[in-house]
Design a protein around this ligand. Structure first.
Ligand code: GLU
Length: 424
């Protein structure tokens, strides 16, 4: 993998830039550059043809100074330890920037669920849970869904964990189906959080959402809901895409109908009345708001100069490389950094965890209202830091998060003590 595209190197470069601005103690800085724990497991799965296949799985526990490790599990053929390490680091900054009492972690399994039966996916999920059962737990590490995992997979993992431990324990994982202790609002929480941050950014930039032209890259759980919600706000969604390509319509697309089309045809490409466009064309379209909601490394030094949006709302994790981020800053393209923009998911996961621990459940209205409060405050804190310190939004968000994690490490007092004095 080219250095520019190694997500963990990118995460470290972003951390280094903000640490310098913060004058962070070099020892704390060093500690924050690497995960605390890395688990790699081999998962034997009986395939439908009777043969056994071994899958490789990871769980990276990046930092738990502020609370139990927290973060999703991805099932992806291109997963690597470095992508999981980067995503685990970003979870640490995500829970810190919105100030919820959790740390950061991430899981991944190298597999292609598109080529697997439901039974094979279930056996793989249960195998992953068994292999890591002594490493996760409601007060240790609480996983959740991410790319190509879903509430059903969370249910299997919870069930397997409960079988191993012999106890009812819904708080071991979040993003579960409602029937098994999931939270109201968790399904569209990430997209709703993206919308709240877009609302605040638009307000700051003077963009009228009723007339905004919006482009959404990716049509999974996040991209689809963002498109629906932007249309509800009166914006025109002029282009969307999925892994097979993009579609464009000057008059605006109907996100619900595009979804129906995708369900039938497995892709948005070919949607009646739209023009097919490439990924590069989509990212460089004339628009007000660009929402990358697919995978990492989509905005690179090759296309960052071509981006015409006034606002980039990073709904995906790590969609912008370090170099591309510097270009966007230079070109004054206002960017909501991903670990702030897409934090609605983990905020509602936090609510789900609380509800499970209490055994008392909230309405969707309560969930959304509380999420709005948390994410809006975080956005305004980051904006203030960015204006006060004259740094881009990403660096400002890092500065707030790093300081919170560093303070927690310092207060724990088991770090670098000499004669009883904490010398960091
Ligand atoms: N996978 C989501 C994320 O990247 C949610 C994580 C969680 O809910 O723990 O933020």
């Amino acid at each position: 993998m080219a250095e520019e595209l190694n997500p963990f190197k990118i995460a470290q470069q972003q951390l280094d830039k903000a640490a310098k601005k913060l004058n962070l103690d070099p020892k704390v800085h060093e500690k924050l550059r690497e995960p605390m724990r890395i688990h790699e497991v081999s998962i034997p799965v009986k395939m439908d043809n009777g043969e056994e296949k071994k899958f490789v799985g990871f769980r990276v526990q990046y930092n738990n100074a502020r609370g139990p490790y927290k973060g999703g599990i991805r099932f992806h053929p291109d997963e690597t330890l470095d992508t999981v390490k980067a995503l685990a680091a970003w979870m640490t900054w995500k829970t810190a920037v919105v100030n919820i009492p959790l740390g950061g972690g991430k899981g991944g399994v190298i597999c292609n669920t598109k080529e697997m039966s439901l039974g094979e996916i279930e056996r793989l999920s249960r195998g992953y849970a068994r292999a890591l059962a002594d490493k996760i737990g409601p007060h240790i590490d609480v996983p959740a869904p991410d790319v190509y995992t879903n509430p059903q997979i969370m249910a299997w993992i919870m069930d397997e964990y409960e079988k191993v431990t012999g106890k009812s324990c819904p708080a071991v994982i979040t993003g579960k189906p409602l029937e098994l202790g999931g939270s109201e609002g968790r399904g569209d929480a990430t997209a709703q959080g993206v919308i709240y941050t877009i609302r605040e950014a638009a307000n700051h930039l003077g963009i009228d959402l009723k007339n905004a032209r919006v482009v959404v890259q990716g049509y999974g759980n996040v991209g689809y809901f963002v498109a629906i919600k932007m249309k509800e706000l009166g914006s025109k969604v002029i282009a969307v895409s999925d892994s097979r390509g993009g579609i464009y319509s000057e008059d605006g697309l109907d996100p619900e109908k595009v979804f129906e089309f995708k369900k039938k045809n497995k892709t948005v490409v070919g949607y009646p009345g739209s023009k097919e466009i490439t990924n590069k064309e989509l990212l460089e379209l004339e628009c007000d708001i660009l929402v990358p909601a697919a995978l990492e490394n989509q905005i690179t030094h090759e296309n960052a100069d071509g981006i015409k949006a006034k606002l980039v709302a990073e709904a995906a994790n790590g969609p912008t490389t370090f170099e591309a981020g510097e270009i966007l800053t230079r070109r004054k393209v206002f960017t909501i950094p991903h670990f702030l923009c897409n934090s609605g998911g983990v905020i509602v996961s936090y609510f789900e965890w609380i509800q499970n621990l209490y055994g008392y459940y909230w309405t969707r209205e309560v969930v959304m209202e509380r999420m709005d409060k948390i994410i809006t405050k975080a956005f305004l804190d980051v904006l203030k830091m960015s204006l006060d310190e004259k740094v881009d939004m990403r660096t400002a968000a890092y500065m707030i998060s790093i300081k919170r994690v560093a303070d927690a490490i310092k207060l724990r007092g088991n770090f670098n003590q000499k004669n009883g004095d904490v010398i960091i």
